[in-house]
Design a protein around this ligand. Structure first.
Ligand SMILES: *[C@@H]1O[C@H](CO)[C@@H](O)[C@H](O)[C@H]1NC(C)=O
Ligand SMILES: *[C@@H]1O[C@H](CO)[C@@H](O)[C@H](O)[C@H]1NC(C)=O
Ligand SMILES: *[C@@H]1O[C@H](CO)[C@@H](O)[C@H](O)[C@H]1NC(C)=O
Length: 211
């Protein structure tokens, strides 16, 4: 059901791209908005660095700019398509761990956010060999946002890989990306110590911004 909805959205957007200002866009967009047929779970496992992100929701974009680095860990639970996903945001010397369960079906995924809001999306094609491009659709009472993220095993990608991501964003009519500072350290997978009150405070604020 959600797969169909998603496919419909993709086609609708592909159609939008067929009415472009420039002549080269339709074919380019058709390829760039194409979701992967299947996300190989093994390919997803492990650590990823957020290289760049673009969000249709402006306040959330500003929240992204405040983070020094973002690390994303995927680990699968045996033969199921249920993954645990941990996002670790660095704010200066603070690391904020946000664990979620996520279900991957083909190229689409759904976050288990316990009915606080809806977070679904798809993995899109990319020519970058060690990257993942994710499109998130966040829906809550207060906001609806389409986010696109470029993740890589590397901290920085080649210029042409970034250009491809920028072109994908244009196809979705999303703003130019926030490019993360690759010199800022990533946070470790496991929290070093018990979260402090300050970290809990950040988490609350972020949850607010997310929902
Ligand atoms: C992920 O799942 C595969 C089987 O589909 C298994 O071989 C692998 O060990 C799993 N990895 C983890 C970290 O559980
Ligand atoms: C995977 O997650 C979905 C959604 O949370 C759940 O309905 C399903 O039972 C889970 N499957 C397994 C095998 O854990
Ligand atoms: C993820 O799923 C497992 C098994 O169903 C559960 O024990 C755990 O609390 C869930 N974690 C989160 C962050 O929802």
């Amino acid at each position: 059901m959600s797969t169909h909805r998603d496919m419909f959205a993709v086609y609708a957007i592909a159609l939008l791209c067929l009415v472009p200002a420039s002549r080269s866009s339709p074919l380019v967009c058709e390829k760039l908005v194409h979701p992967l047929d299947q996300m190989d779970p093994h390919r997803l496992e492990g650590r990823w660095a957020l290289v760049a992100g673009s969000l249709s929701h402006l306040p959330s974009t500003e929240a992204l700019r405040l983070r020094d680095s973002i690390t994303m860990y995927f680990s699968n639970s045996s033969e199921t398509s249920n993954f645990s996903y941990t996002q670790i945001n660095r704010f200066g010397d603070q690391c904020q761990h946000l664990p979620y369960n996520i279900t991957v079906e083909g190229s689409t995924f759904t976050f288990d956010v316990r009915n606080r809001f809806e977070l679904t999306g798809a993995f899109l094609s990319t020519s970058c060999p060690d990257c993942v491009v994710m499109r998130w659709v966040v829906k809550s009472k207060r906001r609806q946002s389409v986010d696109m993220y470029l993740l890589s095993r590397r901290r920085e990608v080649e210029q042409r890989e970034m250009e491809e991501f920028r072109a994908q964003l244009k196809c979705y009519q999303l703003p130019a990306p926030v490019v993360m500072d690759s010199t800022k350290e990533l946070c470790p997978e496991q929290p070093q110590s018990q979260p402090t009150a300050a970290a809990a405070q950040i988490e609350e604020t972020t949850e607010e911004q997310k929902s």
